[in-house]
Design a protein around this ligand. Structure first.
Ligand code: ZN
Length: 114
């Protein structure tokens, strides 16, 4: 009876061990998956910020440190920057050069602007 008890408890602990291993495996996989997604997001933020003339490295750090909150802040700032950028962009009707919104004369050809 003693041996059967021993084998029984050994099998039980073995089963528990495998259970934990599987759970640990799922957990590791989940963490790894989340980690990969987060890297992709961070790279996207960096590239997106750089393409908009913003500080990519700074936003990368913000997103890594603040996590999802940092990402939300970035998306809000990004939306604001987009509106500002479209406002600034203006094309001279005479020479076709992109100029600032607030100038009265085109710096390239000198045409008076409204
Ligand atoms: Zn011009």
């Amino acid at each position: 009876m003693f041996i059967i008890d021993m084998v029984g408890s050994a099998l039980q602990s073995l089963a528990q061990y495998y259970e934990w291993t599987i759970l640990g495996g799922i957990w590791c996989f989940f963490m790894f998956f989340w980690f990969v997604i987060w890297i992709i997001i961070a790279i996207w933020v960096y590239r997106d910020a750089e393409s908009r003339g913003m500080n990519g490295a700074l936003w990368l750090i913000v997103v890594i440190i603040l996590g999802i909150v940092g990402l939300i802040i970035y998306l809000l700032v990004r939306a604001g920057e987009k509106g500002k950028k479209e406002e600034i962009k203006r094309i001279c009707p005479q020479c076709g050069r992109v100029i600032k919104e607030d100038v009265k004369y085109c710096p390239n050809c000198g045409k008076e602007l409204e």
